[in-house]
Unconditional design. Structure first.
Length: 110
């Protein structure tokens, strides 16, 4: 999830509430296999047996810590720059440390 600095300054509490809801959903998916398999089958229109086999891969996509590794952030930045056809000057604006503010994630876990 990405949020503008203006939104952070204006309503940081709303960001924390959204993250708490996302975390609760992630924990549900990780901890409730049968309900998650049913949801996966319904959402992706899969045979339930196939959804059950796919569940372990699906489960690992949901990180209740609400963080992303630096290499993953670098990949997101590179993909964004490619899609936006960013200039070299544009590329200097987005750096991993700028995007790695996990303070809201920490608040959401409390």
């Amino acid at each position: 999830m990405a949020v503008a600095q203006e939104k952070i300054a204006k309503d940081g509490g709303q960001i924390v509430r959204v993250l708490r809801a996302l975390r609760a959903a992630m924990l549900f998916i990780r901890e409730q296999r049968s309900a998650s398999v049913e949801l996966l089958a319904k959402t992706l229109k899969l045979n339930p047996a196939v959804a059950d086999r796919f569940y372990p891969l699906y489960r690992e996509l949901f990180n209740p810590e609400l963080t992303v590794s630096d290499p993953t952030l670098e990949e997101f930045i590179a993909l964004g720059n490619f899609r936006l056809k960013s200039t070299e000057k544009d590329k200097e604006v987005l750096k991993v440390p700028l995007l790695r503010d996990w303070s809201f994630a920490e608040k959401a876990k409390q």
